[in-house]
Design a protein around this ligand. Structure first.
Ligand code: XMP
Length: 511
């Protein structure tokens, strides 16, 4: 594919992935690279523009991250953000002043909207500031293009050289029109064309995989989640039945999920689909286990055992397919090859599965891009737009000991919750929503009889990043209907509560 690339040089800031996502939203390819990248590597990538990210350091500290100063001589546009601005000013002989106090929060910024960077923006915008040091004197050839009450130089430019820098964070939602600033830089200043589209990506990926794999064999562990499903479908389009998908049914998926995955990969796509019924095995291993971390570990290990046994039956394969996506690559250490994506977040896939090479067809993509590829390839909406589901599955939504009876109760209650949310068209509003089976029982009354039954908790949150989350304000009448249905339709449940804690202090899951 003819990629128009923006290179994002990572100085350690917490919003770096967000910068990359904002660029991708312009349908322009970009990569996050470590700050010590060599000039040859940069040239090899032929970027149309470079973005310096923010970072926690002071430019004057001993370990302040820098990059090769020849980037300023490449004759391509550069945008510095926060620390990236200070770095640019420092390298180009402006002056950065150390400050004792951090400026943090949404500030009103007055901008010069005749600058190409701020084209189309109002004169004042509320922007997120988060910095200690600041640029005190402009480097030669630069002019100031924004300021706040406390920060004299909140943005600067050298139009001739196409160098721009902002002290605030255009990549976050807390900055008004931030996306427009990124767009102005990527499209107007760097001149990138919006060619990074998922239909083209999918076609190219299939063609390249076909050429690479030829008549050889590949193996894929399907979890039922979005990433491994999309990876498997790409491979199936490329190599058909030379792909074997192993799907371990550990009994901890939600109601109907096993059947849905099975149907897709046996009816809709032509692959060798192996479903392993390991439900009893997992129940036995989990018997009597109440510690959440122990549950995670047992499930992870058992998954590997089952996968290994099945893989052995198949014999040697040439390739192992992984659903690694770009955030995994960034999080597992830039520049280094990514660690094998662990299943259920414990351990990795076994070394003893006999394969020659790992294939990660989605390693350049963000989650929303993976979903779009899935759609392009004909995966049904309910699978592609699935809410996140933890690897250990329902095991960490049953508080305490896990039994078959409890799993059945939880599956039914969770299904009713999902069904009512869908009926009320709330699926897109909620980031994650599920039922939890607590290990509390309480007294109730049904007809003329006293009951002593389980307490179901409902959890629904709204979040962008899952690091923080707000509980969702689902209307009372919808909650009432869900509660009535669960108590009436699910045996052994006589009480339903709604979790109204945000994260922090609570986590999203209960275990
Ligand atoms: P918490 O509970 O930490 O969850 O607020 C944040 C997000 O991570 C998911 N989660 C997991 N995902 N394995 C996973 O693959 C796990 O062990 C696990 N624990 C939590 C959770 O569903 C939420 O989306």
């Amino acid at each position: 594919m003819n990629k128009e690339e923006i290179l994002i040089i990572d100085f350690g800031g917490q919003y770096n992935q967000l910068i990359a996502r904002r660029v991708r939203e312009q349908n322009v390819f970009c990569e996050v690279v470590p700050n010590d990248i060599s000039i040859d590597k940069i040239k090899e990538k032929k970027p149309r523009g470079i973005i310096f990210t923010g970072g926690p350091s002071s430019i004057y500290s001993d370990d302040a991250p820098k990059c090769i100063d020849e980037v300023f001589k490449l004759n391509i546009p550069i945008l510095g953000i926060c620390y990236g601005m200070q770095y640019m000013a420092y390298e180009l002989k402006g002056r950065v002043k150390k400050a004792n106090k951090r400026e943090y929060g949404q500030m009103e910024v007055t901008i010069d909207n005749s600058s190409k960077l701020f084209n189309g923006l109002d004169e004042t915008n509320v922007c997120l500031m988060s910095h200690t040091d600041y640029v005190d004197e402009l480097p030669d050839g630069f002019k100031r293009i924004a300021s706040t009450q406390t920060c004299k130089i909140a943005a600067m430019e050298n139009e001739e050289k196409n160098f721009y820098a902002v002290q605030f964070h255009p990549e976050v939602n807390h900055t008004e029109n931030g996306f427009r600033i990124i767009k102005n830089f990527v499209i107007d200043i760097c001149g990138c064309k919006p060619t990074w589209k998922m239909d083209i990506f999918a076609q190219n990926a299939i063609k390249n995989l076909k050429e690479k794999i030829g008549e050889k064999k590949a193996l894929c562990a399907l979890s039922g989640g979005v990433d491994s499903s999309v990876a498997a479908v790409l491979l199936s389009k490329a190599i058909g039945r030379n792909l074997t998908c192993i799907f371990v049914d550990h009994g901890l998926l939600r109601k109907n999920e096993v059947e849905e995955v099975e149907e897709i990969f046996t009816q809709k796509f032509d692959v060798n689909f192996v479903k392993v019924d390991a439900r009893q095995r997992f129940l036995e291993k989990l018997d009597g286990i109440t510690s959440p971390e122990k549950k995670r570990k047992i499930i992870g290990e058992e998954f590997i055992r089952v996968f290994e046994e099945e893989a052995k039956k198949i014999g040697a394969v040439d390739y192992l397919v992984q659903g690694t996506i770009y955030p995994d690559v960034i999080e597992s250490g830039l520049g280094k090859s990514s660690v094998i994506k662990s299943h259920h977040n414990v351990g990795g896939l076994p070394d003893y599965v006999d394969f020659k090479e790992i294939i990660e067809p989605l390693r350049d993509l963000f989650k929303d891009e993976v979903r779009n590829v899935g759609k392009e390839l004909g995966l049904p909406d309910y699978l592609v737009n699935r809410q996140p589901f933890p690897g250990p599955g329902l095991a960490i939504r049953i508080i305490g000991n896990i039994t078959k009876e409890k799993l059945d109760i939880l599956k039914e209650a969770d299904y009713i919750f999902r069904e009512e949310i869908a009926k009320n068209n709330m699926e897109k509003e909620l980031s994650q929503y599920f039922a939890v089976l607590t290990d509390t029982r309480s007294v109730g009354v049904m007809g003329d009889e006293r009951t002593y039954d389980y307490l179901i908790a409902l959890r629904a949150v709204i979040t962008d990043d899952f690091m923080t989350a707000k509980f969702a304000k689902i209307p009372y009448d919808i909650l009432e209907k869900i509660s009535q249905r669960i108590v009436n339709e699910v045996k052994h449940v006589n009480r339903v509560v709604y979790d109204i804690t945000s994260k922090p202090p609570a986590t999203i899951e209960w275990e």
